[in-house]
Design a protein around this ligand. Structure first.
Ligand SMILES: Cc1ncc(COP(=O)(O)O)c(C=O)c1O
Length: 423
């Protein structure tokens, strides 16, 4: 029996979830909008909007001033940093705020590059977003050698044997995504960190795509750096970097003299986006509240967030199973990535497909006219679209499920795709 807006077998209270996100009630061409564009950026709960406008209305000021709004700004940033630290499972001074993941990664790659020279190696993967490739490739100008780990083409998982072979005593850094923003594969990050450390290399993890779908514990991963973007997990447009304190202290940032040398602020240049930081704290509160909603006995913010992710994963798993089953029934459709339900724990609910006779742009445009928002192209996972030889033909159609999506929305997408293909 199909589930309805308020009924799910996963235990998530979708009516409550959806009531938190005002944008979900919009219509396009008379049709309710279906947001399947989460991998490009998720919708935000009302409390994020309120926190941002409340900050601008009452506390808009620069930091470090001897007056009330500036002190309130300092306190707000400290408390948002604490919230973010609890979210990633680390200490507050290990959290660096920045404009987005790409800028933070460029900044870090410049500083790590100061310690590297000719013959040193960096290992990257074909599965990654270009933001975890180009900043490292830029170090080739110093003579650094880039080695690319391959994928297993049949299911777009990382070829771990190839990765292990490419990590050697010359490797200084392994940069890898937690999950692919194109085909949804979740990598065995813990094992990759172990492989990197066994050869004395640093491990840099891009968790941008994973963060809306699963809990992150940087201590358990033992990674040296991990980056994510709050706009992909229900917050405003901003990036966050975790770094082990010994690296944040040792590495030399490119910074102005007047900025402090204390961590984490020595990595935060110029004036930060205060209203987004206020929104970020509110988005973590939303996730914790969702956890309390599904599991009223949980107490701390971290354990509430973990409870939220358990419910999110159950719900997304249900929707993903229905989506992939339905897509595989569509004639001439090729699905990229893991298709076997037994392996669904190794993928996010982000699905890439092509349908013979249509470009991904044509499909996304026709779905968009029906109020169903998907994405087309390479979404900057350029190495993957080139590796799979689909770049020249417009990449993939990407359907990205978030926890606020419903079974009806998946049915509407599948019915619309079937109509488009049959027309
Ligand atoms: C997996 C992944 N990494 C990195 C990025 C870049 O993030 P940002 O826009 O915060 O620079 C994205 C953005 O789509 C992404 O999906």
């Amino acid at each position: 029996m199909p589930t309805t807006l308020t009924q799910t077998t996963s235990g998530i209270d979708l009516a409550w979830v959806r009531s938190q996100f005002p944008s979900l009630s919009q219509t396009v061409n008379g049709q309710p909008v279906v947001f399947l564009d989460g991998p490009g950026g998720t919708q935000v709960p009302q409390r994020v909007i309120d926190a941002m406008s409340d900050y601008l209305r009452h506390n808009n000021a620069n930091t470090g001033g001897a007056y009330a709004t500036s002190r309130n700004t300092d306190a707000m940033i400290a408390s948002a940093r604490m919230a973010m630290a609890e979210f990633l499972g680390c200490a507050a001074d290990e959290i660096v705020f920045g404009p987005n993941m790409t800028s933070l990664t460029y900044a870090m790659s410049r500083s790590i590059g100061r310690e590297l020279g000719a013959g040193d190696e960096i290992v990257l993967t074909h599965l990654d977003h270009d933001a975890n490739i180009s900043p490292w490739r830029a170090l080739e100008e110093r003579g650094v050698v880039i080695r690319m780990a391959d994928i297993r083409e049949e299911d777009c998982t990382l070829d771990m044997e190839d990765l292990a072979r490419k990590i050697s005593d010359r490797t200084k850094l392994v940069a890898v995504g937690y999950a692919s923003n194109a085909v949804g594969t979740i990598n065995d990050v813990q094992e990759i960190v172990r492989l990197a450390h066994a050869r004395g290399a640093l491990a840099y993890i891009d968790a941008v795509h994973y963060a809306p779908h699963g809990p992150i514990d940087v201590r358990a991963l033992d990674c040296d750096f991990l980056v994510c973007s709050t706009y992909k997990f229900f917050g405003p447009h901003m990036g966050v970097l975790f770094g082990k304190p010994e690296h944040l202290q040792r590495l030399q940032p490119y910074k102005v003299r007047a900025n402090t040398n204390a961590i984490p602020n020595r990595w935060e240049w110029g004036t930060l986006n205060h209203e987004c930081i206020a929104g970020t704290a509110a988005c973590i509160d939303y996730l914790a509240d969702l956890g309390r909603h599904v599991s009223p006995s949980v107490s701390s913010r971290r354990s509430s967030t973990l409870a939220a992710y358990e419910a999110i994963q159950r719900h997304e798993h249900e929707l993903m199973t229905a989506l992939i089953q339905g897509l595989l029934e569509i004639p001439r459709l090729k699905l990229y990535g893991i298709r076997d339900p037994k392996q669904f724990r190794q993928r996010c609910p982000t699905v890439a497909a092509r349908i013979q006779g249509f470009t991904p742009l044509q499909l996304a445009t026709r779905l968009g006219e029906r109020g169903i928002f998907t994405w087309d192209g390479n979404y900057y996972a350029l190495n993957l679209t080139e590796r799979l030889d689909v770049e020249k033909d417009g990449g993939f159609l990407r359907i990205g499920i978030a926890h606020y999506n419903t079974a009806e929305e998946i049915e509407r997408l599948l019915a619309s795709l079937k109509q488009i293909v049959a027309a």
